[in-house]
Write a protein that binds this ligand. Structure first.
Ligand code: BF8
Length: 627
């Protein structure tokens, strides 16, 4: 019997099939063999104390089942959800903290290999933070901006700085429901406390806390990461690039930069062009050094340098299976521990670079920001030294798709009116007159439990056909890039007539990649700018926009979905619901949150239903706005 399709990315699927022939077990094969636990996956298992784990099952579980301590199913489901949001928020925010300390180290001269790449953006941040920058030394301003943002992590009272960027009405909703986050660490800590055995048992109260923690992610952790990355490495603007495994070269040293924090990745990009490194590569018989990105790091270096992307989450093992990767550097988040064992069959060196994330059997080169260039060179040399060890025992893939990446809020504003008249007016107008029906954010992971990347592809195509502009982030972008959807030509061939007209007039693809997962914060600031422009909703809630993560798998995705819902965006996630065991929790997140925040959080595994539900939200918002 033919095996079902594991990846909708044709090149990826061929490598998966080859791995079957070679008896190499990778995530697709493991997902087929190991079904997810139905009790845990729906949120009905409580393992927060060692009297349990307690599994709350049965036909009347919602009303009658309890854990040994008496915890009800809704409180256990809400507690489990809150813990996941806390973890996702912690991940993004710890990344942001590192970025803020890097900015401080650059400002004080300790991180001498970095510079301020975008002063204009730094001054914009200073304005938002009410820091004077007129006539001041740039590094002094950078120091004040970094210090002010670092305060967002440890603040005990008051509120997170960037919340004031949100539309007034959105802020009022947060105040009314008591979900204003004080400091990131305080909210993460309190969320963990509330979910400890015997603390918060009211599902609505637990879920309001999830909202509060998640707002700290969206409007602090993620937004700080985005802004500081732009300041240090440049605010993205469109550039052409390539996606696909065909990026690996036979005669060059291939290095894949995988993970999330852009700092070391940026330095590896710079040092790969260093004449000393090029000469070193030649001395080992290579024609040069070829870099590729993986997961969110790929988005970061693609949109700023045009470095080719080897794809997202489910592509990471496949890259090693090509046998052409001389080194894969990894830092934090979404890195499969399976990489190390897999790499032993080939010649690839897996290099861990964060002291927070070590993998047994990997080579560790700990990153230190005051020695960034030196460490980047050390890693490149290690890859070069490994080049002669290639065994030529991998799968040769040739796929490469053209793409355009690098759409920031700043560029989208600029492209609608030039430097002097940058605005969101044309986009708002296009929505008002119906040329663009609405906007969908296609975000989140790809997942080996569905034909990977397939749900992204299906939805992206259907939305643009229906005149819905798509903005994408994270592995959603990778899925569309590998499919060849991110070119202006895609609009001509597949977009509905209204969207096509707008794309042609501005010269953009119908799907705009906004960057990595922390760059979902760009969607928040874009929606805020659209609200300020007038003619649509005056708050984020009520805009004809929907957030979708059809193949999500990480806790970060749940934090993102929650901060979007809390900011006023209806959100639909695919797959089985992690709160599906409780009707009450499902109702609070889909209905009560809609009443309170104008956003909602749904889980729906059927992609056609996701599509219909999203269009219903968009059309209902248009009706309410009388468009
Ligand atoms: O943060 S989309 S698999 S790579 S979690 Fe991870 Fe999901 Fe990809 Fe980046 Ni985001």
């Amino acid at each position: 019997m033919d095996k079902p399709i594991r990846s909708a990315n044709e090149a990826a699927e061929q490598i998966v099939r080859w791995s079957d022939e070679q008896n190499i077990s990778i995530c697709f094969d493991k997902a087929g063999k190991m079904k997810s636990c139905p009790i845990g996956s729906s949120g009905a298992c409580c393992s927060n104390c060692h009297v349990g784990p307690c599994r709350l099952i049965g036909s009347n579980a919602e009303e009658e089942a309890t854990g040994v301590c008496g915890a009800s199913l809704p409180s256990i489901v809400a507690r489990n959800f809150l813990r996941k949001v806390v973890s996702g928020t912690a991940a993004h925010s710890d990344h942001a903290r590192d970025m803020a300390f890097t900015l401080l180290a650059v400002a004080t001269g300790e991180a001498k290999d970095f510079r301020i790449a975008d002063e204009h953006k730094l001054f914009k941040m200073a304005d938002i933070l009410e820091i004077n920058h007129q006539g001041r030394d740039v590094m002094e301003v950078a120091k004040d901006v970094a210090t002010t943002l670092i305060d967002d992590f440890g603040r005990q009272r008051g509120e997170i700085n960037y919340l004031k960027r949100a539309p007034q009405k959105t802020q009022e909703r947060w105040k009314k429901w008591g979900v204003i986050p004080r400091g990131v660490d305080r909210e993460v800590c309190e969320g963990m406390h509330r979910t400890h055995m015997g603390v918060d048992h009211d599902p609505d109260n637990l879920l309001l806390n999830a909202v509060k923690v998640a707002l700290a992610d969206g409007w602090a952790g993620s937004m700080i990461s985005t802004d500081i990355s732009d300041v240090l490495f440049g605010t993205p603007h469109p550039m052409r690039g390539k996606a696909g495994f065909g990026m690996f070269k036979d005669d060059e040293v291939n290095i894949v930069v995988h993970g999330h924090e852009p700092t070391l990745a940026e330095m590896i990009v710079l040092m790969a062009d260093d004449p000393e490194m090029q000469e070193y590569a030649r001395s080992k018989g290579a024609a040069g050094i070829n870099l590729g990105g993986m997961c969110c790091t790929a988005n970061e270096i693609l949109m700023r340098h045009g470095i080719p992307t080897a794809g997202g989450f489910t592509n990471q093992e496949l890259a090693i299976l090509t046998g052409k990767v001389d080194a894969m550097t990894v830092d934090v988040q979404c890195i499969m521990p399976a990489l190390v064992k897999l790499s032993e069959r080939f010649h690839t060196k897996v290099v861990t670079t964060s002291d927070k994330a070590k993998f047994t059997g990997a080579t560790h080169v700990g990153y230190e920001e005051h020695r960034a260039a030196e460490i980047a060179k050390e890693i490149i040399k290690l890859a070069v030294d490994n080049f002669p060890n290639r065994k030529k025992n991998g799968y040769t893939a040739t796929d490469q798709q053209d793409l355009v990446a690098g759409f920031s809020q700043e560029y989208i504003e600029y492209m609608q009116g030039g430097r002097m008249r940058a605005s969101f007016r044309p986009l708002n107008d296009a929505i008002q007159v119906g040329r663009i029906r609405g906007v969908v954010g296609l975000a989140g992971c790809d997942n080996p439990r569905v034909p990977a990347q397939g749900l992204h592809r299906y939805l992206a195509k259907e939305f643009i056909k229906s005149d819905v502009l798509v903005v994408s982030t994270g592995c959603g972008s990778h899925a569309c890039q590998a499919a060849g959807y991110m070119t202006p030509e895609m609009a001509l061939e597949h977009a509905g007539p209204g969207l096509k007209e707008v794309c042609e007039a501005i010269g953009i693809p119908p799907i705009l990649p906004l960057g990595s997962c922390v760059d979902n914060s760009r969607i928040l600031t874009i929606l805020t700018a659209m609200a300020a422009e007038g003619g649509l909703s005056e708050e984020i809630g009520g805009m004809p926009g929907v957030g979708i993560a059809p193949e999500w798998m990480s806790e970060k995705a749940l934090a993102i979905g929650t901060y979007f819902a809390a900011s006023g965006v209806p959100v639909i996630f695919g797959g089985e619901s992690p709160v599906g065991a409780s009707n009450e929790v499902t109702r609070i997140m889909s209905e009560t949150w809609y009443e309170r925040f104008k956003g909602a959080f749904h889980f729906e595994p059927d992609p056609e239903k996701i599509f219909d539900m999203a269009l219903k939200y968009i059309d209902a918002a248009r009706d309410a706005l009388k468009l």
